[in-house]
Design a protein around this ligand. Structure first.
Ligand code: NAD
Length: 473
């Protein structure tokens, strides 16, 4: 049982101003795995005041001081990496190999990348008669989701620290354990008091108070579209910057010259990874209509081959995060059936042999792009295969979405794959499975307005100042 009842404010673990607790449920067992405190606006006020005080000194530290801190955080993170992975598995149900693998690796990668970017980042440059400076924006509210907890958290904390900002982290209520351990890591690594603060609790209380707070200069939010809209409205009164990383309904285009079986199988297995709870998941698989039979055979076999079970065991897929998420996904599967999509794998209810936990069957439909299951973000292991007639049709279907977060193109002809990628209205596209910690990540359209990862991630936390005439010819 994990009871993480204190908040981290001004360099100390402190009790909430008004004690109030909530249970944390293990999604694989439905049992209570621990408790957290639910903070109040008074806790947020204390954290913001600490961050404001610390900004005076942290914002003027040397680059070397910040490099030293990030190095120390990285070492401490590596020391406790296994523990972090186990916490991720317990809180949101990722199989242990994934929790202790890609989940924690992503967090570590963002800290290491921020460290490397910082070593060469130009905070001041001359331009004609002017000096152009990049200065830390100030006190930042960091609001994160539960689906890739270490990725989402470290991708904000590392550049915020590197650029000289101070911060208050509001972790997801459903997945609070790894954030608590991360706060211990930051403390043990020697983060100065007030630079990093953490208050757990409800989005509608902690998140709203951060968004409306006059002493918070910026909100970096990763989560759902409706909450992103609400935060933008809440932040408007105080004209603070809001970085939004929202949902997606990303298209994966398999070009005609690609190996159909291998790519469809890869895309299907990829969709089921992390139980389909990935913002940039390729949830619409676009294949040449003339080769639909091949695609159906490959997708069915791949989905049926995804093993589902206890995250501590040797299974490819664990549960989804909560009962409410399970119910939402079941409703979408029913919707797909009702709107006439062809169910080729999975379907309603628990996977065979499982009678407890929020496990969903890896599900694949063949449908069209007007169906609800092809338009709305399901955030579960549900794939929709859609046929296209030619390249123009594939691009048109891919772009016919209110979202624009990710995209995937598989094909042998790289010139064609690049051309198709250029025509897709989306923030990040992976061609034949690339990966890059330095490439910017963020959305077009309703997938948000922010860009995280690597050097681009720094700019979210920086103001630009022009000092004109300071560099006379
Ligand atoms: P969510 O929007 O429900 O919650 C995200 C965070 O916002 C949580 O910490 C929550 O407590 C907080 N929150 C809730 N209401 C709030 C309010 N009114 N004001 C301020 N904060 C509030 O999202 P979720 O269910 O945790 O995560 C799933 C969503 O996140 C999906 O839509 C997914 O696509 C998206 N996501 C996007 C990215 C990206 O990088 N674009 C990455 C991961 C997840």
């Amino acid at each position: 049982m994990r009871d993480y009842l204190k908040f981290y404010i001004d360099g100390q673990w402190v009790d909430p101003v008004t004690p109030k607790t909530a249970e944390v449920i293990n999604p694989a067992t439905e049992a209570v795995s621990g408790h957290i405190s639910l903070g109040s606006t008074a806790d947020v006020d204390k954290a913001v005041a600490a961050a404001r005080r610390a900004f005076e000194t942290w914002s003027v530290t040397s680059v070397q001081e910040r490099i030293d801190l990030l190095q120390s955080i990285l070492a401490e993170y590596e020391r406790r990496e296994r523990e972090l992975g186990e916490a991720v598995t317990e809180e949101m149900g990722a199989p242990l190999a994934l929790g202790c693998g890609f989940h924690t690796l992503l967090g570590k990668g963002h800290i290491g990348t921020a460290l490397e970017v910082l070593k060469n980042f130009k905070f001041e440059e001359t331009h004609g008669p002017s000096i152009i400076r990049k200065e830390p924006i100030g006190v930042c509210g960091l609001i994160t989701p539960w689906n890739w907890p270490m990725n989402q958290t470290c991708v904000k904390i590392a550049p915020a620290l590197a650029t000289g900002c101070t911060m208050i982290l509001k972790p997801p209520q459903l997945a609070p354990y790894s954030a608590h351990i991360l706060a211990e890591i930051l403390h043990d690594a020697g983060t100065p008091a007030g630079v990093f603060n953490m208050v757990q609790g409800q989005g509608s209380v902690i998140g709203t108070h951060l968004s409306t707070h006059p002493d918070v200069d910026m909100i970096s939010f990763t989560g759902s579209e409706p909450v992103g809209v609400q935060i933008t409205k809440d932040a408007a009164e105080t004209v603070k910057r809001v970085g939004l990383e929202l949902g997606g309904k990303s298209a994966w285009i398999v070009l005609d010259d690609a190996s159909m079986a291998a790519n469809v199988a890869g895309a299907t297995a990829g969709m089921m990874g992390n139980s389909g709870q990935t913002c940039s998941a390729g949830s619409r698989l676009l294949v040449p209509a003339s080769r639909m039979d091949e695609a159906i055979a490959a997708a069915t076999e791949a989905a049926n081959g995804v093993t589902v079970g206890d995250p501590a065991g040797n299974f490819a897929m664990g549960p989804v995060v909560s009962k409410s998420q399970y119910n939402i996904i079941q409703d979408y599967i029913q919707k797909g059936i009702d709107e006439g999509a062809q169910l080729i794998a999975g379907g309603l209810g628990l996977p065979e042999g499982i009678d407890k936990g929020w496990f969903v069957r890896p599900t694949v439909f063949v449908g069209n792009n007007q169906m609800v299951i092809a338009r709305q973000e399901i955030f579960g292991p549900v794939l929709v295969v859609i046929g296209y007639n030619d390249i123009d049709d594939a691009v048109a279907i891919a772009n016919d979405s209110t979202f624009g977060l990710g995209g995937y193109v598989s094909g042998e002809d790289l010139d064609l794959a690049r051309d198709v990628s250029r025509r897709m209205r989306t923030g990040a596209i992976w061609v034949n499975g690339g990966f890059d910690f330095n490439a910017p990540f963020g959305g077009y359209k309703r997938s948000g307005n922010g860009r995280e990862w690597g050097e681009h991630g720094f700019t979210e936390y920086l103001e630009i100042k022009a000092i004109i005439g300071a560099n006379p010819a």
